[in-house]
Write a protein that binds this ligand. Structure first.
Ligand SMILES: *Cc1c(COP(=O)(O)O)cnc(C)c1O
Length: 430
């Protein structure tokens, strides 16, 4: 590595926070020079096959010529424009597209700048809806453990209390209602017993609960758990029964990752409010959106205070909307169903051998998501360089080693990825 990069690393270590990290940390960190397709090129010239899609986002891989061209074209028209009192084609086109591809009742779109913000917006929508409906006491949220909804305070309040360190923020976090996560797995039925806790809480507190918020089918960063579609359907039915809105956080699951365009399609349900983000722009720009029904948007607009109380500075950024329009076009024009089915098969085959290891508790695959759950948390200082040496980019957290590659990955590249995971975990299997 040349001295420029050594200085860069020294400066990075001294001054910069990375996600969930400490400044001055001794954990390994790698400067990236560029990326192309499914390959990340490090500053020292090594190339890694990407197993993470930059956290669910880069579904078409990196440096995609059509994405680049569309963004360059938009850049020459305008990079940004305030959204108060002004509008533009990329935003309107994107709203129309999102309404077309999400469940039918969702008709109104709020553009947010990140997933966490879209969750804040969803929660505010639910509260404002009930306020406008003369039910101002419905301001609480009910959710399930092991969830992850983001890092801002509202989103954090509905994120798993232990993973989210709620005790640390006890005096500022809103107190919400939590029930145990479903134990019925994806592909299994669920019994009345599975939803009994949730139903009980709804029965007790529906007067104060604005909405139930869950990640549909896949609980992502909170545990990479895949749960029963039947359970999700029961949640939806119970919300209707107890007059509580349903917010589905599709930020990780949206745009095909689970094998359906949106994970709620596995249960054949539609939410009152839906959050999307992450792969919305194909990993190019930060953008998220909160969609809701015409009934909810109209009720909010017709009630007090007559407007929805949110408006980010970079709302509906034209470059980000262009990235999203282009990414969605690429996805829908591709044989994405077949691609994801192919990845699912490759992950199943490739990760199966890991299941034999003593340090492995469970191997599970859904769509283009492969998870190896370990018995003990992995040591990042040891395991991260092992993956890099094996030529792959895999970023475990806690007990979870998982893959969610770009949809453009080919069979040989996927084999390299899964073989690297099994090799590294078996080397650690004492
Ligand atoms: C990543 C994620 C978020 C937060 O999105 P950010 O863009 O990181 O703020 C919220 N919910 C789910 C399910 C996520 O996976």
């Amino acid at each position: 590595m040349n001295t420029d990069f050594k200085q860069l690393l020294a400066s990075d270590k001294r001054h910069i926070w990375h996600p969930y990290s400490a400044v001055g940390s001794d954990l390994p960190i790698y400067p990236v020079e560029s990326a192309q397709g499914v390959r990340i090129r490090l500053a020292d010239g090594r190339e890694l096959i990407d197993g993470m899609s930059s956290w669910w986002c880069a579904i078409h891989g990196y440096n995609h010529p059509e994405m680049n061209a569309a963004l360059a074209k938009q850049l020459n028209r305008m990079a940004h424009m305030m959204f108060g009192g002004l509008t533009h084609e990329p935003a309107v086109k994107l709203a129309e597209k999102l309404i077309e591809i999400t469940p039918e009742p969702l008709q109104s779109v709020f553009f947010a700048d990140s997933g966490s913000v879209s969750v804040e917006v969803a929660m505010k929508m639910a509260i404002q809806y009930w306020y406008a409906s003369n039910r101002p006491h419905k301001q609480k949220f009910l959710t399930i453990r092991y969830g992850y909804h983001g890092d801002t305070f509202g989103a954090m309040s509905v994120t798993d209390p232990i993973n989210g360190m709620h005790s640390l923020f006890a005096d500022v976090l809103a107190q919400q209602y939590f029930v145990d996560a479903p134990t019925c797995r994806f592909g299994e039925a669920c019994s009345n017993e599975d939803v009994a806790q949730l139903q009980h809480q709804l029965e007790l507190h529906n007067d104060t609960i604005a909405a139930v918020i869950v990640e549909p089918i896949v609980q992502g960063a909170g545990g990479m758990r895949f749960y029963s579609a039947n359970y999700l359907r029961r949640v939806s039915e119970l919300c209707a029964e107890y007059n509580v809105l349903l917010i589905l956080d599709e930020i990780a699951t949206g745009f095909g990752r689970t094998g359906k365009l949106f994970a709620c399609e596995h249960a054949d349900i539609s939410p009152d409010i839906m959050c999307i983000g992450k792969s919305l722009t194909g990993g190019y720009m930060t953008l998220a959106a909160t969609l809701t029904t015409e009934d909810i948007s109209r009720t909010i607009s017709d009630g007090e205070p007559g407007v929805f109380m949110h408006g980010p500075t970079f709302m509906a950024n034209p470059l980000a909307c262009t990235a999203a329009n282009t990414s969605i076009g690429l996805l829908l024009d591709s044989p994405w169903h077949a691609n994801i089915a192919g990845i699912e098969g490759g992950l199943l085959n490739g990760l199966q051998p890991c299941g034999e290891l003593n340090n492995v508790k469970d191997v599970r695959v859904l769509g283009a998501i492969g998870v190896v759950e370990m018995h003990e948390p992995v040591d990042m200082k040891t395991i991260q360089p092992m993956f890099v040496d094996a030529g792959v980019w895999v970023r475990p957290f806690g007990r979870l080693v998982y893959l969610m590659p770009p949809y453009i990955i080919n069979g040989a590249e996927l084999d390299t990825l899964t073989a690297a995971v099994c090799e590294v975990l078996s080397a650690l299997d004492l």
